[in-house]
Design a protein around this ligand. Structure first.
Ligand code: HEM
Length: 514
């Protein structure tokens, strides 16, 4: 009798799982106007990603590039178990990111505030209305005027870079991703955390170690990322966190101390013009208005410092080293850029001013083209939600489909940046694509290295300035060339969250005696 009951139960469970599997993975076949591929149990369309054969961005690109979908405005995909939508059409992308933002206000990736208080409040992961409040309070931090005031701090790190390179042999081989990461670490330390670090001279400094920790791969962390990306509701149950406990502790101590010290210094009229000064002002305003409990507000500021640390260091250093790789491969482009740099230094009598750096046209073209070929954040995502009192969002005239509540929406800058329709000969590094004429003839959504719309990268200007300053100080008296360790056609790291050249960028740095 017991045996029959066990067999019966097993059969019922198998049938129920089979039914759920069939119902879930036949979702898109019910909507004939949305093309899709079959999903696989447990991984949906992302088997290679969750088994670390490819990174998520690359995987999304292969779906975008699939010849079955070349004329499709949208493609139905399955993220692990959940139906999601990949948007291919540029006008529809514009609607999602900008025009109809009220329907796509949050990212799908989410961190639970109660379980992960710092991660959950970071602007990147926080939901409306917390996101809106933080975004509004912190947007003025990154205006051109504020960055101009902050620029001397970046210049100082540039001078350290120059000194460091001059202390090296006339010709030396090095891994550029690491060198550039040491530069951006020091920029973030001085602009966001309010203290000077010199990781160029001393790579074992505590701040550098803390920042590098964010890039370590561990299976535990990789698993956590998969949960928060695809099944955020399970985060609490699974105990997933985005920050290492050491990083969280570091942020709590560093920001509390920096604000306390600055409050004392500011009372004597001293200003440093960095983000800590802005945090001090925001804290004062919060206390005056009484809208926040101060301890809670402080925690929220720590969270924003954390996302500035994550967002500000690796994105920019990777972009710098990728630009140097492409410039080493095409010395004539490097010469043109170096002429522009040298002219700016001559104009500034040995220093490069904020105004001069802002005006460097060819530098802009080189960086935009680098970010086209190497979009550090290769995918963008949003979650659909119908605003109160509004009808559900129909994708007509693109296709006959109305978005269901909570559907994840993906956009693939990586795929768009390599689409021949917008970029002839897409694998070629050609900064001319960003000349005024060529830019004017292109759809703005074809190039999305900083995302777009109200959720775009808040640090775009700071990112651009630090990349420009870094390249200027490296190429001022030196040039780079390929060497026997250079990977000319690099592959991307499968395990990294950002798009990163596998194995690093090895180049030869040569002192220019001309
Ligand atoms: C080359 C440098 C950088 C690149 C390529 C980059 C790229 C991006 C991208 C693609 C997004 C997502 C945008 C979207 O979903 O539409 C983003 C968001 C963000 N980035 Fe950056 N970033 C860079 C530098 C920085 C810097 C320097 C900071 C701060 C110090 C920063 C802070 C942030 C934050 C806080 C967000 C979330 C914004 C929001 O959701 O409102 N980023 N970044």
């Amino acid at each position: 009798m017991l045996l029959i009951a066990v067999v019966f139960s097993v059969v019922v469970i198998i049938l129920a799982l089979g039914f759920l599997y069939h119902r879930n993975f036949s979702y898109w076949t019910r909507f004939k106007s949305v093309p899709s591929g079959p999903g696989r149990i447990f991984s949906g369309n992302f088997f290679d990603f969750i088994t670390f054969k490819t990174n998520f961005g690359y995987h999304l690109k292969t779906i975008y590039d699939d010849e079955k979908f070349t004329t499709a405005p949208v493609v139905g995909v399955y993220g692990l178990y959940k139906p999601c939508l990949l948007i291919r059409d540029l006008d529809l992308i514009k609607s999602v990111l900008i025009k109809d933002f009220e329907y796509f206000r949050d990212r799908f990736t989410k961190l639970d505030y109660h379980h992960d208080p710092l991660g959950g409040q970071m602007m990147f992961f926080g939901d409306y209305p917390l996101w809106k409040e933080m975004r509004t309070k912190l947007t003025p931090t990154f205006t051109s005027g504020k960055l101009k005031n902050m620029y001397p701090l970046i210049q100082q790190v540039g001078e350290n870079m120059s000194k460091f390179l001059h202390s090296q042999p006339m010709v030396f081989q090095t891994e550029l991703r690491d060198l550039c990461a040491r530069f951006t670490t020091d920029v973030i330390a001085t602009t966001v955390f309010g203290f000077k670090s010199n990781s160029l001279e001393n790579p074992s400094e505590d701040f550098h170690k803390e920042v590098r920790r964010l890039t370590y791969f561990t299976w535990h962390r990789a698993f956590d990322f998969i949960v928060v990306m695809f099944a955020p509701k399970l985060q609490r149950l699974m105990g997933c966190k985005i920050l290492y406990p050491e990083t969280e502790q570091f942020l709590r101590v560093a920001i509390t101390q920096a604000i306390a010290e600055r409050e004392t210094a500011n009372s004597g009229g001293e200003k440093r013009n960095d983000i800590i000064d802005i945090f001090v002002k925001l804290k004062q305003e919060a206390a005056e208005k009484g809208e926040w409990e101060i301890d809670k507000f402080m925690e929220c500021l720590m969270a924003q410092a954390g996302i500035f640390m994550i967002g500000g260091f690796e994105t920019s250093s990777t972009t710098m080293s990728n630009a140097l790789l492409e410039l080493a491969k095409q010395p004539e482009l490097q010469s043109r850029l170096r002429d522009e740099i040298k002219e700016a230094f001559v104009e500034g009598q040995g220093v490069i001013s904020y105004d001069a750096i802002s005006k460097m046209n060819y530098m802009d073209m080189v960086i935009y083209e680098t970010l086209r070929l190497y979009p550090v954040l290769p995918s963008l995502e949003r979650r659909y939600a119908t605003p109160p009192g509004k009808p559900a969002y129909s994708l007509k005239p693109y296709c006959d489909f109305t978005l269901p509540e909570g559907m994840p929406i993906y956009i693939s800058p990586y795929a768009l940046h390599y689409d021949e329709k917008f970029w002839p000969n897409p694998r070629k590094f050609d900064p001319e694509r960003f000349s005024l004429e060529q830019k004017a003839n292109r759809h703005p959504m074809a190039h999305l290295p900083f995302g777009n719309g109200p959720h775009n990268c808040i640090g775009t200007r700071l990112g651009m300035i630090q990349v420009k300053a870094g390249l200027s100080y490296i190429l001022k008296d030196h040039y780079v060339r390929v060497c026997n360790r250079t990977e000319i056609e690099p592959k991307f790291e499968a395990k990294a969250n950002v798009l990163q050249v596998k194995g690093g960028v090895f180049l030869e740095i040569v002192k220019d005696e001309k």
